[in-house]
Design a binder for this molecule. Sequence first.
Ligand SMILES: Cc1ncc(COP(=O)(O)O)c(C=O)c1O
Length: 285
Amino acid sequence: MNIVYLNGEFMPVEQAKISPLDRGFLFGDGIYEVIPFYFGKMVGFTAHIDRMINGLAAIGINFDWDHAKWRELCEQLAKKNGGQALGLYLHISRGADNKRFHGYPENVQPTIFAMAFAIPIPEQPDKSTRKGYALKSIEDLRWQRCHIKSTALLGNVLHFQEGQNANCQEVLLYNEKHELTEASASNIYIVKNGVVITPPLDHQILAGITRKLALDILQKDKTIDVEERIVTLTEAQHADEIWISSSSKEIAPITILDGNPVGSGKVGDVWQQAATLYSQHKFDY
Ligand SMILES: Cc1ncc(COP(=O)(O)O)c(C=O)c1O
């Protein structure tokens, strides 16, 4: 059972190759389904394909196969692999661009991959022999572990693209309490009355290395006060300056927030001072 489907062809799994620039690999930017198949029949085919089509639409992947086309693929895949009980795995990623950039690429074909794997044949329900499972209860943190620099970046990609759609280079993210967290690929700072303020590190924020270096450089220099504390969206709307930071952008000034000027609407003096200090000291680390 090793015949897979990749971009229009069936082939042994060893021959299936995709680019390392595929956005499914780089960002987790894709949608998948697993459809159970027992003794020649699928379970819930229409519902699985509906969910997949809805998922593709939700993340803006344009791929227009209808149910009949998916059914044909699933049936051929099952036939080529044989077996009485299979999981039919379908995977569509946004495709491979020629660079790594969070925003959606233009003119890139989605990658379509499908494989089959053996699943157990369900037993007849019988409470006298059936063993129960054990559960542990834990808080649901699935998309909230932002402190982990994971390649599962779909949430970041979707937010970044919202910024692109609004002709912005980044987005300012806030939580349900309207407290700033970070940006989709950068950390965030505001400046008020000469003080640089940035949200404290927790699970909502990636501990950026540029942030770490910048705070250390500013704290050693002592000419600019720095605070790590909760910053509200309202404070950002009334800030004198806003900056973002990342390894590729270093410290970057923001002059427009939601169409309004930040402070004077010009790149600020505190940014000038901080960015200069950063460029002077970054190689000390
Ligand atoms: C979500 C997020 N926050 C912050 C950063 C900035 O981190 P660093 O300064 O280490 O590049 C990044 C960089 O990729 C990021 O993806």
